[in-house]
Ligand binder design. Sequence first.
Ligand code: HEM
Length: 226
Amino acid sequence: MSTSHVVSSARATRESGGQIVRYTLSERVHHWLAALTYIYCLITGLAFWSPYLFWLAVVVGGGPTARFWHPWFGLAFALSVAWMYKMWRNDLATTDSDRRWSKSMKYYIENEDEKLPPVGRFNYGQKLFFWLMFYGVILLLISGLGLWFVESIPWSLRWLRYLAVTVHVVAAMATIGAFIIHIYMSVFMEPESFHAMIRGRVSDAWARTYHRLWYEQVTKGTSEQK
Ligand code: HEM
């Protein structure tokens, strides 16, 4: 086992009144930028994917407008994920506590959190979500650039064009699945998580219940072992 420590990158502080800062303003702004740009790419991408969904492009200004902005929003999304990586990479590294937690994941799915081992700032499911988005965005970016400048791929290499379309669709589908789970878990299963991403703060009780090791790190100055 490595002896290095994972120190949370959150500027986490405990405030009077039993509140803990979970997300700084900068973290929230970057997160919502990722959410906004992803949702735009999702709406316009689905519109290009199926004629049955083309009405979605009409909702956001029409086909040509959507076609113009989709790749630019895609670039902005990729940048905001890169920013998340820069901000949270320490908190997103897999630790021993995650390995223990992953073996008990069924309790998480069955909503029996009290039976789960303690975790740090993010649980293993949250980390998996981020890494799926991270690798997904790399594939979307590479294949997306191929589609954006498709004319520069010679017809003799047309298999590259087909590959770009396939990779773009498969990576988009994977991120859509992960995104739906992300919304369900963070907005509907744990409503206080959603408030944390709006106001930045959580209660002592919430931090103790869902992210015990992070809570101890913030309140007692301990750090999580890798
Ligand atoms: C409308 C869209 C979205 C909503 C409502 C939403 C909501 C949330 C909430 C409430 C949290 C806090 C969870 C907690 O602290 O327990 C969170 C965290 C996070 N969000 Fe989102 N999110 C959205 C879109 C996205 C997108 C597109 C990404 C793309 C990478 C993303 C990446 C993350 C990451 C990495 C975290 C921290 C780890 C985690 O909780 O999974 N979110 N989000």
